[in-house]
Design a protein around this ligand. Structure first.
Ligand SMILES: Cc1cc2nc3c(=O)[nH]c(=O)nc-3n(C[C@H](O)[C@H](O)[C@H](O)COP(=O)(O)OP(=O)(O)OC[C@H]3O[C@@H](n4cnc5c(N)ncnc54)[C@H](O)[C@@H]3O)c2cc1C
Ligand SMILES: *[C@@H]1O[C@H](CO)[C@@H](O)[C@H](O)[C@H]1NC(C)=O
Ligand SMILES: *[C@@H]1O[C@H](CO)[C@@H](O)[C@H](O)[C@H]1NC(C)=O
Ligand SMILES: *[C@@H]1O[C@H](CO)[C@@H](O)[C@H](O)[C@H]1NC(C)=O
Ligand SMILES: *[C@@H]1O[C@H](CO)[C@@H](O)[C@H](O)[C@H]1NC(C)=O
Ligand SMILES: CC(=O)N[C@H]1CO[C@H](CO)[C@@H](O)[C@@H]1O
Length: 650
């Protein structure tokens, strides 16, 4: 047992001598270092876990500061819990109650040296910053739009807009690098115990707590000024279970650590001769925000959402306790975490998910430009007719054939009148190419008729990994001049010709000013599975992501207008033809009105009840998360809610 056998007190906190990094041990003042402050963990099965016996040995009754690591159900922690329950705001750097340096030092020591003081990823580009490094800066600039640049950094996120853009590497020559919405500290997690220590510490000191895995979140949910961050990126374990036996499933499964990314999952699944449900983008964290937010996949129209695959969840709750939740244990937590959203019910350390037989995949790709110039393949008139012919047939594809149609329409990049339409691809999982061609033949015939003369490239493979590698795009991230949002367009829009006509009119209107990232996909309801996934996914036919962009040199008025446009114009139009449907919380507009309904529909009330039960302290908070409505961030433009401010109760 790697536990502290001597008593521990933070002497400088008691005496006010913040600079002397000492602790009191058996009544004597000694230096706080690795020899006097051992790692607080006990080995249980394969995990290093924080237990009551470890805590008991960390402190003794006469010592008060060890209670900073107490579980919420410990009597000693009651005073701290009260403090966090009744304070108006989370404690912020500079506040009287912000932990002294020595406390952070001891926190670092009990976590085994895992605490990282935040240096913004862009700091190396600021000539007036102590971290300035021309080579490292060039490297960051060269790889800025790649997800790994941000995933591998303890605190960087891929939507810098919501951090406040306070240390953009592009501005290093004449700006000042500030922390902005980055957390103050991050814990580089390798054990369950470190997560427990971080949660207990943040709850007991009333500090804002955030969780960052890869930093893909589009709404800034993995950032937060003045926060302590739990950085789960390095939890990379993957175990294949050939014959998992669960409540009502037996078959192949995989147990995935919280840091496993989609590309790592797909490669491992292929190695073990199975296919797994994950997102389309390589770097997204599987059991982090993706599954917890629902998770749409190229395989969703057959096997359902990412969250529908989950058999068991290992999670540290807001009270600091480590539990396993499944259909028969902690079933409320099990229900809520599958679709209720990240950073809300605790920190997931791993999940066990179903995997499926490896099987044939076919599909097509194309790239078409419309217009009346020599670069165009088709006239814009034929283009629109071709697009409508495709949309009209959506009911034949995702819900019936299990297809995943992933394509984008953009106004032409060269500014000439017209559009481009790119398939990234149209994927038909578990389908032979001959069958796929039969299914799409009527559409291709109609395309010819209306003058939409394209030559798609078809493909077929005996597995999912290869087409995913060959035909899916590498997506650029970290655009700081862009707001995005999404809408789920339900099957019922296809049942009413007038509504379908209106829907097409809205889409054609929207696409004049925005890209349409289009998915013909349904989160197919799986027999016997009930979870918190947005019910709107179950009757979806057309999932669309839209955006509103501006330029680096746009005026403040233009930037404000573009930010408001996504909510009040673009998405308002889409909402007007999809009343009662929803939006996907992981790819949503941060200012989505009535987000509770839009992200969770009828599941919201139960989610909020569970949130209040497991986290009465609001230890976990993230913008638009379940229960987030009771708090706000100070110093915000109402049209741009960033994480660059203090978190306070309303
Ligand atoms: C380029 C790109 C492509 C995408 N493609 C898809 C797609 O195909 N399908 C799809 O469904 N989504 C997709 N997404 C959206 C993606 O699912 C979300 O951004 C998701 O939140 C990413 O999760 P993460 O853990 O990687 O990111 P992070 O930003 O690190 O975390 C996201 C949220 O989850 C919380 N969180 C992370 N880990 C944990 C944990 N272990 N326990 C508790 N909370 C945690 C964070 O606090 C945050 O609130 C895409 C996003 C991008 C940027
Ligand atoms: C985080 O911890 C891992 C070990 O789990 C280590 O390999 C890595 O270098 C650490 N990263 C940082 C930034 O400290
Ligand atoms: C192309 O179409 C645009 C309007 O859509 C028109 O202004 C322009 O004159 C046309 N050019 C040619 C070469 O026909
Ligand atoms: C469109 O035209 C370009 C060249 O002008 C060509 O490379 C491309 O294959 C065409 N697209 C289709 C789908 O026919
Ligand atoms: C909607 O219907 C009207 C009348 O039939 C037609 O003129 C119009 O082109 C249709 N619009 C769309 C987008 O289909
Ligand atoms: C950071 C913290 O909670 N420090 C406390 C340590 O214990 C002494 C004595 O009880 C308190 O005065 C400090 O506030």
């Amino acid at each position: 047992m790697a536990v502290l056998r001597r008593t521990l007190v933070l002497a400088s906190a008691l005496t006010g001598l913040a600079s002397t990094q000492t602790i009191k041990q058996n009544g004597r003042v000694v230096a706080a270092d690795e020899t006097t402050v051992p790692v607080a963990a006990e080995k249980i099965q394969s995990e290093l876990v924080l237990t009551d016996s470890v805590l008991a040995q960390l402190g003794s009754q006469e010592l008060s500061n060890v209670t900073l690591f107490d579980f919420a159900d410990n009597v000693e922690a009651t005073e701290n819990n009260k403090r966090s329950l009744f304070t108006g705001c989370k404690t912020f750097p500079g506040d009287k109650l912000w932990p002294l340096q020595i406390v952070w030092k001891v926190f670092d020591l009990v976590t085994g040296g895992a605490l990282i003081k935040t240096v913004p990823v862009g700091a190396v580009c600021y000539t007036n910053n102590e971290h300035y490094d021309a080579d490292k800066c060039q490297d960051i600039l060269d790889h800025w739009t790649e997800s790994a640049t941000h995933a591998n950094d303890p605190t960087s996120i891929m939507s810098p807009l919501f951090q406040g853009k306070t240390c953009m590497p592009q501005n290093g020559d004449d700006g000042t690098c500030e922390l902005g919405g980055f957390p103050s500290y991050a814990v580089n997690i390798s054990t369950v115990a470190q997560i427990q220590l971080a949660i207990n510490f943040a709850r007991n000191t009333n500090i804002r707590l955030i969780v960052k895995n890869t930093g893909h979140d589009f709404l800034g949910k993995s950032a937060g000024a003045g926060a302590l961050s739990i950085w789960t990126h390095n939890l990379k374990s993957i175990d294949f279970i050939e014959n998992y036996k669960g409540f009502d499933y037996s078959g192949p499964a995989m147990k995935l650590g919280a840091g496993v990314e989609v590309g790592e999952l797909y490669a491992a699944a292929d190695k073990y001769g199975v296919s797994a449900v994950g997102g389309e983008c390589k770097g997204v964290g599987v059991t982090g925000g993706y599954i917890q937010g629902g998770g749409h996949s190229p395989l969703s129209s057959i096997y359902g959402m990412g969250a529908d695959q989950v058999l068991s969840i290992d999670i540290v709750l807001p009270n600091g306790r480590f539990i396993t939740a499944d259909e028969t244990h902690h079933s409320d937590i099990f229900w809520a975490v599958r679709g209720g959203g990240g950073a809300t019910f605790g920190v997931v350390t791993s999940m066990t998910v179903k995997v499926h037989p490896k099987s044939v995949c076919s599909g097509l790709t194309f790239f078409v430009t419309s217009g009346n110039d020599s670069l165009a393949n088709v006239t814009t008139e034929a283009f629109i007719a071709g697009l409508e012919a495709y949309w009209r047939r959506f009911p034949d594809y995702a819900p019936v054939e299990g297809h995943y149609g992933y394509s984008s329409v953009y106004p032409r990049f060269d500014g000439l009148p017209g559009y481009t339409w790119q398939f990234h691809p149209w994927l038909a999982p578990n389908t032979k190419l001959t069958d796929f061609k039969t299914t799409v033949a009527p559409l291709l015939a109609e395309w010819k008729e209306v003058g939409f003369t394209v030559e798609p490239e078809f493909f077929e493979y005996d597995n999912f990994l290869t087409p995913w590698k060959e035909h899916f795009p590498v997506e650029a991230v970290a655009n700081a001049d862009l707001r995005t949002g999404s809408r789920l367009i339900p099957a019922k829009n296809w049942e009413d010709p007038a509504l379908l006509n209106q829907t097409f009119a809205v889409l054609e209107d929207v696409m004049q000013g925005s890209a349409l990232i289009m998915y013909n996909i349904v989160g197919k309801k799986q027999q016997g599975i009930d979870n918190a996934v947005n019910p709107a996914w179950r009757d979806n036919l057309f999932y669309v992501i839209v955006g509103s962009a501006w330029m680096d040199d746009s005026t403040p008025a233009e930037i404000e207008a573009a930010n408001k446009a996504i909510t009040d114009i673009t998405l308002a139009k889409l909402r007007s033809v999809t009343k009662g449907a929803g939006s996907y919380l992981n790819e949503a507009d941060i200012a989505e009105p009535n987000f509770q309904q839009a992200f969770w529909g009828t599941n919201y009330d139960r989610l909020l009840k569970i949130k209040k039960e497991v986290d009465p302290w609001d230890t976990f908070w993230a913008p638009t998360a379940v229960g987030s409505e009771g708090w706000y961030i100070t110093r915000q433009e109402p049209w741009l809610p960033t994480q660059n401010g203090r978190l306070c109760r309303k």
